[in-house]
Design a protein. Structure first.
Length: 283
């Protein structure tokens, strides 16, 4: 009897181990898929200020990569970007992660992206948290790759005889009046596109009368629940207002990328990594 009970106990333990192993494998595969399944979200932005030369102009936005890897040297990510045939690639901050910094990974991605079309970059909070040496190495790598660093500056994006204004803000200057000063030098009849890492300053962007803002930072709320949306976002806390998609304030439209990587929270839930594709359209 004792031997039979011992055999029965061993069989129960074996079944439990099998169930645990299968459950763990399923959960691991699920969360790996949630972190690695790249999606593309398409938007068409129409504005009477967009001239005929820029009708159909395609902008691909990359945000919050956080040193994530999608294939060797991010080849899966780059292949998807290339297939979109963009006119410009904009990187709206946090291409690195200050908690597990890998400058070479970030620079390699930007080098390869810049071979596809012009790349424009603004800092996120994680770049600002880097050591001075790491930040200098990152910026030099981007500059050597011919990416354009927009540091509280405005440049002209020209096509044919027409152009629009591209504005880029450093992450630490999103709401301190820097944008007001930059906007005061621009012709209000022209189309203004702003790159700014954080979305919660929409009212400040709107006050400066920019037309379109591309942002990230919120990671889509990290975990997305039906009928609720994003659960938590940096600087917005629980159940944040600005996590993804299109938001409007006055005449300013803001597009929020859910981003591609993770930082403190290592997994996403019902929140696939996102490439944003914006097509400009003339009225």
């Amino acid at each position: 009897m004792a031997a039979w009970q011992g055999t029965k106990m061993k069989q129960k333990k074996k079944k439990r181990l099998i169930i645990f192993t299968i459950t763990f494998a399923i959960l691991f595969a699920f969360f790996w898929y949630q972190n690695k399944h790249l999606t593309i979200t398409y938007y068409t932005y129409t504005n009477g200020k967009i001239t005929s030369e820029f009708d159909g102009y395609r902008i691909v936005q990359i945000s919050d990569l956080h040193n994530a890897s999608f294939g060797q040297d991010n080849q899966r990510l780059l292949t998807k970007i290339e297939a979109l045939n963009p006119d410009m690639i904009v990187i709206t901050g946090d291409v690195v992660d200050s908690n597990r910094t890998n400058i070479n990974t970030a620079v390699t991605f930007v080098q390869n992206a810049a071979r596809l079309c012009p790349v424009y970059y603004v800092t996120g909070n994680h770049e600002n948290w880097l050591s001075g040496a790491d930040k200098e190495k990152l910026i030099k790598g981007f500059t050597d790759a011919d990416a354009v660093i927009l540091s509280n500056s405005v440049i002209e994006i020209a096509k044919g005889n027409e152009s629009f204004a591209l504005i880029g803000l450093n992450d630490e200057n999103l709401s301190d009046g820097t944008l007001d000063s930059l906007a005061s030098t621009l012709d209000s009849d022209r189309f203004w596109l702003l790159l700014a890492h954080e979305p919660q300053y929409l009212d400040d962007y709107s006050r400066s009368k920019v037309d379109l803002v591309l942002t990230g930072h919120a990671h889509g709320g990290q975990f997305r629940l039906p009928f609720i949306g994003g659960v938590v976002a940096p600087d917005q806390g629980l159940f944040p207002e600005y996590t993804e998609g299109i938001h409007q304030s006055g005449n300013t439209t803001m597009v929020i990328s859910r981003g591609l990587g993770n930082s403190i929270i290592p997994v996403r839930l019902f929140n696939d990594p996102e490439i944003v594709c914006v097509d400009l359209a003339a009225e």
